[in-house]
Design a protein around this ligand. Structure first.
Ligand SMILES: Nc1ncnc2c1ncn2[C@@H]1O[C@H](COP(=O)(O)OP(=O)(O)OP(=O)(O)O)[C@@H](O)[C@H]1O
Ligand SMILES: [Mg+2]
Length: 559
């Protein structure tokens, strides 16, 4: 009979008793003579590659390994970061859920349905690179070189071993673009230097191409000396080692010698990933968690975050006293990052502090402007700011109306007929001496549709002239435009034609706009950013703070 998962676990009273200073060792299954086959991560071998065709049990093996480790080492000794690029929610159970309030106490981050959000994989690698630097600095300060030594000289420090697991990692390296290149560079650096600092990488892939993407970097692959091949796995073991070809179902070749035949050990892997089997262990460990343990951050590429759940939104409060805040921030969406942070546009009294949302996607554009308005409103007491909302696209009406109603007495509503009045009143206010004490935010939905109404002149100036004047002179006088144009060319036309300057647009969010359209004067360098539009994602660029664009996830509708 197959070994049960519980065979991989120590008895309950022995749980969390191991010390990870020199490495992490746990059984993964049963060998030919009933002896457990052990997997070790440490100075040698430091990192693992798992391979096998679809359905051979890679994800199950990851569950079994994580369980065997998590039962032996406490969260102070071991932390996990886990990313799954494929569809499927199986790893979600490591984080706190609606159905099951437990979580795996060692888990710091779970990314599921990452799919095309390769920036999230990049963010994890950058985060680990930063942790690597922090550890290397601490080691240097204590004049040691390795994690075991650092822990000996700094016994009160928090230096757990970190295991970062990336399932279907080939997705991260797919595409020959800047994301893939940076990911490969970071992986290479982490693989080379992570070993001595207790940062271990476990990469799993069914796809030979993923492995081959690595094969182009022999220095990187050479660091992954622990190889785990499931039945019929290709290229995980050394070239003439075909032990995986004849493996029975649910077995694995475990090889800690870079796949050389002499290192082969065959293990029968228990079933670990079904709900009941797994959750029994997780519940036990969850009940053992330290009092201050927090659940893992769950990033779900298929979920739409909510503004009201965002820590940065909750932290906003009105400025003390009567003075308006010096640098109010407009939150625009969630950044694709290890922490759930908001992309924030600062609106101090300085030239260019306006926002353009660019593209034809109505829901996304409304979501960005809505989050901006609601976050600004949270920083002003009632009566301490004005919000003018102009909506020129009937499809955006429900969202703009809901915002208008929620902003209540501080908001005014404009449409195609009345938008010229908004421009006239606002420029008139800018003409008065002194700086108004009350900020004025203009939210213009589909403003390009107003071009006709605004091109008619009154009093010698057209509404478009006035809009340009507001964009140009407003921000220094607490008057900021946050406008959605349904295309870059339309925005340029409103600003004065294809060659018009765009420095009054200090920041933008691009939706379904190709990177190439964002070149010349909107983005540093030539040719525009590497941006491929995708549903419910935007590229945010603030020329005052960014060197490159930042991918954001708009917050879901507030109602
Ligand atoms: N050792 C095992 N014992 C019993 N059942 C297993 C074992 N390993 C995997 N299974 C079962 O086989 C199925 C496929 O396993 P799993 O999802 O781990 O494969 P995979 O290699 O990750 O596939 P994919 O590449 O499609 O993600 C699952 O239903 C799982 O429960
Ligand atoms: Mg899988």
């Amino acid at each position: 009979p197959p070994t049960p998962f519980t065979d991989l676990l120590p008895p309950p009273e022995q749980m969390w008793k191991e010390d990870s200073a020199h490495g992490l060792t746990a059984p993964i299954g049963e060998g030919p003579h009933g002896r457990p086959v052990l997997l070790t991560l440490g100075d040698y071998p430091p990192h693992a590659l798992i391979g096998g065709p679809s359905g051979t049990g890679k994800t199950n093996l990851i569950f079994a390994w994580i369980g065997a480790l998590a039962a032996r080492y406490s969260p102070a000794e071991l932390e996990f970061y886990l990313l799954d690029f494929k569809e499927g929610v199986s790893f979600a159970r490591f984080a706190q859920g609606r159905r099951d309030p437990s979580w795996l106490p060692h888990m710091r981050l779970v990314g599921i349905n990452v799919n095309t959000d390769r920036e999230f994989g990049l963010a994890l690698l950058r985060f680990l690179a930063e942790e690597l630097r922090r550890r290397a600095d601490a080691a240097k300060k204590h004049e040691v070189t390795k994690l075991a030594e650092l822990r000996a000289v700094d016994p009160t420090g928090h230096w757990p071993r970190i295991v970062a697991v990336v399932d279907e990692f080939q997705a991260l390296l797919a595409g020959r673009d800047v994301v893939a290149r940076e990911a490969a560079d970071l992986l290479e650096d982490l693989a080379r230097r992570g070993r001595s600092q207790g940062i271990h990488l476990v990469l799993a892939s069914q796809d030979v191409r993923g492995i081959e993407a690595l094969w182009g970097r022999p220095a990187l692959v050479a660091q992954f000396t622990l190889r785990i091949a499931l039945p019929k796995a290709l290229r995980i073991l050394a070239e003439r080692n075909d032990a995986a070809q004849a493996l029975p179902k649910y077995h694995a070749v475990v090889n800690a010698e870079s796949g050389m035949t002499e290192g082969n050990e065959v293990a029968r892997i228990p079933s670990a990933s079904d709900w009941e089997t797994w959750s029994e262990l997780q519940h036990r460990l969850w009940r053992m968690r330290p009092a201050d343990a927090a659940p893992a951050r769950l990033f779900d590429g298929d979920a739409v975050p909510r503004l009201t759940d965002a820590p940065d939104f909750r932290a906003l409060t009105p400025a003390a006293g009567d003075a308006p805040p010096r640098g109010p921030v407009a939150l625009l969406g969630e950044i694709i990052d290890v922490q759930a942070r908001s992309a924030a546009l600062r609106l101090p009294r300085a030239p260019g502090r306006n926002l353009a949302v660019l593209g034809t996607r109505v829901d996304e554009a409304c979501a960005v402007l809505d989050a901006a308005a609601r976050s600004l409103a949270r920083q002003h007491r009632p009566g301490a700011a004005r919000y003018s909302i102009a909506c020129l696209d009937p499809d955006a009406d429900p969202a703009a109306r809901a915002l208008y109603e929620d902003l209540a007495d501080d908001a005014a509503w404009y449409d195609e007929e009345t938008v010229p009045e908004l421009m006239a009143e606002t420029t008139e206010a800018l003409g008065r001496p002194g700086t108004p004490a009350t900020p004025h935010y203009l939210f213009l939905f589909a403003v390009d549709a107003a071009a006709g109404a605004l091109s008619r002149g009154t009093g010698g100036r057209s509404g478009l002239d006035r809009l340009r004047r507001i964009l140009h002179d407003g921000p220094e006088r607490r008057t900021h435009v946050l406008a959605w144009w349904r295309g870059v060319a339309r925005m340029r036309a409103d600003l004065g034609g294809p060659a018009a300057r765009t420095d009054q647009i200090g920041a933008w969010v691009a939706l379904d706009v190709q990177g190439g359209e964002l070149g010349s004067s909107l983005y540093p360098g030539t040719g525009g950013p590497d941006w491929y539009p995708r549903p419910w994602r935007g590229l945010f660029f603030d020329r005052a703070v960014h060197r490159t664009g930042q991918v954001i996830i708009p917050y879901g509708p507030s109602r």
